[in-house]
Design a protein around this ligand. Sequence first.
Ligand SMILES: *Cc1c(COP(=O)(O)O)cnc(C)c1O
Length: 398
Amino acid sequence: MTLSRGSHYLAIPGPSVMPDAVLRAMHRPAPNIYTGELVDMVDTILPDLRRVAGTEGEVAIYISNGHGAWEAALTNVFSRGDRVLALATGRFTHGWADMAERLGIRVDRMDFGRQAAIDPAAVEAALAADTDRAIKAVICVQVDTASSVRNDIPALRAAIDRAGHPALLLVDCIACLAVDAFRMDAWGVDVMVSASQKGLMTPPGLGFVFFNERAEAAREHADLVTGYWDWRPRANPDVFYQHFCGTAPTHHLYGLRAALDLINEEGIEAVWARHAALAHAVWAAFDAWGAGGPLALNIADPACRSHAVTTVRAGKENGTRLRDWVSAHAGVTLGIGLGMATEEDPASDGAFRVGHMGHVNAQMVMGALGAIDAGLKALGIPHGPGALEAASEVLSRA
Ligand SMILES: *Cc1c(COP(=O)(O)O)cnc(C)c1O
């Protein structure tokens, strides 16, 4: 006997659940790539992407995952030997910074640990100390998908401005675009990178780089620009194939169009509000479980938690045991712990993550929480009572 048959819920922080509308939109024969529907459709996708990002600036689309978007952003802005300040709050800024180093960019890292957000005052001090203005840019993530911390980007921009420093601000929103509120222009972000497979509900394979005029001015002198990653012809193509530096990612574009239709239908503010309510329900459940056992949210301050993903510390091995149980017995896949290793838990087996991004609703989240509750009981992992009541209480008030 198994209780895992029925629709499986992939509750990991990307790829996220793909809506039927996205899958249906992709189920078609190869389209005409020279003229007609596909070409016209790309003209509708660009303004919708800008709206989701809150920018009137440009956007380049790459046939790539998020790592490709990282490299695109770096190569268009920097020259060999340039200096950047990387603000780490988990794992992903380190990955982006490592890539920058391999490109010959000099990286200064400030690490805020795996359980806290960027401290804007520390950044202000670091930039104020850079009296010859050698630092060309600040790079960070809005949400670190490993720690589930959410950084306060407007506060970071304010810190850069208080220091009177001209550094560009490059932000990775791969985990959280169309999940956590983000307003590129209003927040003074110069470059933002994202990808298709998280809040945008489309299969992995499209990377996005949004950039403003200040970033475009940096592109003018950047010596790392290459033919494929150059954002210029992609953002302002003379002919259609320049959008993608070759053949268009036809089916991904149909899928993305359908996903953007879903976002437009709901309204971006309502999308953000839905994710906020679902995240609060998840946190309420973990607070209740944690009151009587080892489970604890990785980020203590709710104001610094993402609405896209929740990282949990469950005690050595409990994360893996619980993940295995809910997958085998309840049809839910939870995310592995990433970069959460400690001396007592070198394999990071104690940590796990719940993805709640994109095409998710109240019953899916309650279902995942119910599966976790059953798993805790089945495995004899100590936990406090009332988690499901607490979660449903939050949803009832939303
Ligand atoms: C998922 C993710 C990435 C990496 O994206 P890939 O598509 O796996 O290359 C980078 N940064 C953040 C914040 C992410 O969530």
